[in-house]
Design a protein. Structure first.
Length: 384
């Protein structure tokens, strides 16, 4: 962990300080309420925007706090220590804003990026479909060309912030289909209340309460022609263009959740007495703490190795898959063992350990399962 600290720039430290303040002032006081209500924390997202944490990876004109990808990972890791749901919400929003910054027209950037950076508008990326996953050749959602734009019809599954977002990046197949491509393109669709024919059914999860996702249905949703993002046929490139960043970001969220659980377990081991001494003096507890520390240190190394590579324009899929795999599986390992340190108290809902445990579980499933990451790492290593 000290090697990571020594590699941080002043800009990185500034971002982390801003994230610290946001967590202490906003997220920690609201984390239990978000968990209990399971309501989308729009006020927390707005506050993140006001503090510059939604525009970290956007051009400087859209925020007062810009950084590289290392700084972004430091921020979401810190937020995840207090709330995995808020961290994942910021992650989903960020990776809806980035494609607009990279591929949008000047008018689209002006229309969407300023409110997204400030927190006045929330973003979501909708790629996955119930029967097609994210395969570009199997996507069934279509955008029929009309005289003045497009009409979108189809279904999407998952998508962080789907339904509550103000702008949805919908990956669909344009019809008539161009001869030289599948016609997979990205279309900017407004929120449910502003798009006739757009309906949303939220899906409840065992964890990440307050994080919103679900099933989106489009029934001839009309959008203007200038809501096409990039050009026809660029859709899969746009949607997958940030995959290494997104996977590394999930790894950072995993290490954040793990750090929250680890710190709680260490404090408890020092305070809780049994048999006249702190339980941390017992070898069984020391083994748990050592194993948690070792795995968390390795995961953070994997995450920040990938993050530094991305920041240096040297992204490597194997590194990002390793970061995602290590971060997500470490989150499960550490939260489970932290619960062991607490004993039966760790299972109580009035303490945060069971929330950390439930929040951690989804990370090895989203953004490509752990099995997918292992396959990717192996293929990259074996040059297959």
């Amino acid at each position: 962990m000290h090697l990571i600290e020594n590699a941080l720039s002043e800009s990185h430290r500034t971002v982390r300080e801003r994230a610290d303040e946001f967590v202490e002032d906003v997220v920690e006081p609201r984390a239990d309420e978000i968990e209990a209500s399971d309501e989308f924390p729009r006020d927390v997202v707005e506050e993140a925007g006001e503090r510059g944490l939604l525009g970290l990876l956007l051009p400087e004109e859209y925020g007062d706090l810009t950084t590289d990808f290392v700084g972004y990972c430091l921020a979401v890791e810190r937020v995840a220590e207090a709330s995995g749901a808020v961290a994942e919400t910021i992650q989903g929003h960020t990776f809806a804003a980035l494609p607009i910054a990279r591929f949008g027209t000047d008018e689209q950037r002006e229309r969407f990026l300023e409110p997204m950076a400030s927190g006045d508008a929330v973003g979501a990326m909708l790629l996955t479909e119930p029967g097609a996953g994210s395969s570009p050749s199997e996507l069934q959602t279509v955008a029929e060309a009309t005289d003045d734009g497009y009409r979108i019809s189809g279904e999407k599954a998952f998508g962080t912030n789907a339904g509550v977002a103000d702008v949805h990046l919908v990956v669909a197949r344009k019809r008539p289909q161009p001869d030289d491509s599948h016609g997979v393109s990205v279309f900017l669709v407004p929120g449910v209340d502003d798009a006739d024919g757009f309906s949303f059914d939220r899906v409840e999860y065992m964890g990440m309460r307050g994080h919103v996702t679900g099933d989106s249905t489009f029934d001839e949703v009309a959008i203007p022609a200038d809501n096409l993002l990039g050009s026809v046929g660029q859709g899969f490139r746009i949607a997958m263009g940030t995959i290494d960043m997104a996977r590394t970001g999930i790894g950072a969220i995993g290490t954040g959740i793990a750090r929250g659980a680890f710190d709680a377990a260490v404090d408890y081991a020092g305070d809780r007495e049994q048999g006249g001494k702190a339980i941390g003096e017992y070898q069984a507890v020391q083994v748990l703490v050592a194993d948690m520390y070792q795995q968390l240190s390795g995961a953070r190394h994997a995450v920040y190795s990938a993050a530094h590579a991305i920041a240096d324009d040297a992204a490597e899929t194997r590194l990002s898959s390793s970061a995602k795999l290590a971060g997500s599986e470490t989150a499960e390992f550490v939260t489970r063992n932290a619960m062991q340190v607490y004993g039966g108290k760790g299972y109580r809902t009035d303490l945060p350990l069971e929330r950390y445990y439930r929040d951690a579980r989804i990370l090895s499933l989203i953004g490509g399962t752990s099995e997918i990451q292992r396959t990717t790492i192996a293929r990259e290593t074996l040059d297959l």
